[in-house]
Design a protein around this ligand. Structure first.
Ligand code: THU
Length: 139
């Protein structure tokens, strides 16, 4: 189920975790997003002494993707010590650029054991739908 491209994506997330700035929690996270155009963007968590300013690894990678002209996410890999799931805020941020959430796969890799693979729809079954807002917003 995990192909060579997916392994590359996980390797990029693992490498990016090495850049994590997490002096307060000590919990380092690496992320990698693949766009539908095949390009890959990496991200790591960046903490701040004003804790609420901390940015998760996934949103760093997503921001890089969008700022470089891609708005269509294909796959995401996360690398943590324990293969944990993304937080709810990051799942909603991913949904914004996911198209069909059933189609977007998320690889959850950790220091031990094989990576888990879940779709974005499995991780966020009741995500907030942008169509709801577009239907009422002022034109
Ligand atoms: N973190 C992420 O980077 N991604 C997530 O999805 C959850 C949490 C970071 C934020 C903080 O730096 C550390 O993990 C502990 O919460």
């Amino acid at each position: 189920m995990i192909n060579r491209d997916d392994l590359e994506l996980i390797a990029v997330a693992r490498e990016s975790r090495g850049h994590a700035y997490a002096p307060y929690s000590g919990y380092r996270v690496g992320a990698a997003v693949r766009g539908r155009d095949g390009r890959i963007w990496a991200g790591c968590n960046i903490e701040n002494v004003s804790f609420g300013l901390t940015i998760c690894a996934e949103r760093v990678a997503l921001g890089k993707m969008v700022s470089e002209g891609c708005r269509d996410m294909d796959r995401v890999a996360l690398y943590t010590m324990d293969g944990s799931v993304p937080c709810g805020s990051c799942l909603q941020a991913m949904r914004e650029f996911a198209g069909d959430p059933d189609r977007v796969l998320v690889f959850l890799a950790g220091e031990t054991g094989p990576p888990r693979v879940l779709s974005l729809a499995e991780l966020l079954p009741y995500g907030f739908d942008s169509e709801v807002v577009k239907a009422v917003s002022v034109k």
